[in-house]
Design a protein around this ligand. Structure first.
Ligand SMILES: *Cc1c(COP(=O)(O)O)cnc(C)c1O
Length: 432
């Protein structure tokens, strides 16, 4: 499989380069030159395949030129060693719980797969690889945990000082080994900008092997498409008119869903659910894409003012606002809405939403008031990751899963940086 840049369809690379480079030289994002189609046999049997079987079928066309089937099978089985349950909440609304991995968030899917992919591609190099990752919350922990202890790879996690929840921070500042946490005096967008600049910096390029693990990396994006196909298969047993509502920030998750649809999974519709950082819902309404500085909310992993993967959505739909609007609806919610829906759903059904999933739930519920379908919202994180927010809302203690408790008890270590590019560059140059 070959990949091109969203800025230039002629700038073509193989999978290895796309994964190692993360971002194309022209600052574009990588996309498959043509979207592979799943064999009809796979679609027909989609409801009877296991998650791992389906993941293999979906990954295979992207990876076949670069590795054997048995190598791919090993990567899939090692990466996805946890459950992916679809839980009915009420009526025609179900929650796809993507938080059963080691860091209790959906980003484990992409991070664990990419870590193994990168390990495979770099096993014969005799130079260290540096993974740079900017996080607004969960990316850092998923990537750090995904790569923890992988030989030859060092991970540098940039996070906005004071803007990440306590528990989230613990999950990437306490690991040690090959993981360094960089506390940046700035916002998530500042962190992301530092990473983007570093990749375009010729001095760095000449002295270090840098790669990204943000949702811009195809190695993370592709595996996120697997659970859409799997959930579709489970849901289609009762009603195949499946609608996915995706709590969105940088739009990697929903883009992966659009990949699954483009590969032939007959998903009926998507909902992009955002907090008040509503650049995409605005785009649907006005056909204008106007990035802004991000505003902080209680669904902080979605506080993104310039969603990177928008470029991929445009590319996938040939820049057509009309085609995009046909497949995706947009909704946005304020913190007050999140609080009241978490309380209401908990009291009525006993199901505890996290602040991100709550936005997906609300959007789905509002959509289904006017449209028919079998609704699935993505529960992107376990509510115990947001204790400070969730406990006061429901007025009850939330039980903390053991794998989260382990992080809380660890000791944090961070390196502070100003947010000026020169400081970040000097830090990186000191790693040579
Ligand atoms: C990252 C994240 C999101 C947003 O996902 P994108 O792919 O950036 O749109 C939503 N919820 C949680 C809990 C996250 O960590």
């Amino acid at each position: 499989m070959k990949f091109c840049s969203t800025n230039n369809r002629e700038a073509i690379v193989g999978l290895k380069d796309a994964v190692l480079k993360g971002l194309a030289d022209d600052n574009g994002l990588y996309m498959p030159v043509t979207m592979p189609k799943l064999p009809a046999k796979v679609i027909e049997n989609i409801s009877s395949l296991t998650f791992q079987e389906l993941a293999f079928e979906m990954a295979q066309p992207f990876m076949a030129e670069d590795m054997t089937n048995s190598e791919l099978s090993r990567i899939v089985n090692e990466a996805f060693n946890f459950d992916v349950p679809l839980v009915k909440v009420h009526d025609n609304i179900s929650s796809l719980e993507l938080f059963h991995g080691p860091t209790l968030a959906f980003k484990d899917f992409g991070a664990r797969f990419m870590a193994r992919l990168l390990g495979y591609f770099t096993k014969d190099l005799n130079k260290e690889i540096h993974v740079l990752v900017a996080t607004s919350g969960d990316t850092g922990s998923a990537v750090a945990n995904g790569f923890l202890g992988v030989p030859g790879i060092k991970v540098h996690v940039l996070f906005p000082s004071g803007l990440v929840s306590n528990i989230q921070e613990k999950q990437f500042t306490t690991l040690g080994q090959n993981i360094t946490a960089l506390e940046i005096d700035g916002t998530f967008d500042d962190c992301q900008l530092l990473v983007k600049k570093a990749f375009l910096d010729a001095d760095l390029k000449n002295s270090l092997i840098l790669t990204s693990a943000n949702s811009i990396n195809l190695g993370r994006l592709i595996p996120q498409s697997f659970y859409y196909a799997y959930a579709y298969g489970m849901a289609a047993k009762t009603n195949p008119e499946v609608i996915f509502s995706v709590p969105s920030g940088n739009f990697g998750n929903i883009t992966a869903g659009l990949f699954a649809k483009a590969m032939g999974v007959p998903i009926k519709h998507f909902i992009a659910a955002t907090n008040i950082n509503d650049i995409f819902p605005k785009y649907l309404e006005t056909a204008q894409f106007e990035p802004k500085a991000s505003v902080s909310t209680i669904a902080n992993a979605m506080d993104v003012g310039n969603p990177s993967n928008f470029a991929r959505i445009l590319h996938l739909y040939n820049q057509s606002h009309q085609a995009i609007s046909k497949d995706i609806s947009g909704y946005r919610y304020k913190d007050e809405d999140v609080k009241s829906v978490v309380k209401e759903v908990f009291e009525k059904t006993g199901y505890l939403l996290d602040p991100h999933g709550a936005i997906g739930y609300m959007a789905l519920k509002n959509y289904l008031e006017k449209n028919k379908g079998n609704g699935i919202f993505l529960e992107t994180a376990h509510p115990a990751k947001f204790l400070e927010t969730v406990e006061p809302i429901i007025g009850k203690k939330v039980e903390i899963p053991a794998r989260l408790q382990k992080f809380i008890e660890g000791e944090s270590k961070t390196t502070s940086l100003t947010g000026k590019y020169e400081d970040f560059k000097n830090y990186l140059l000191s790693l040579r």
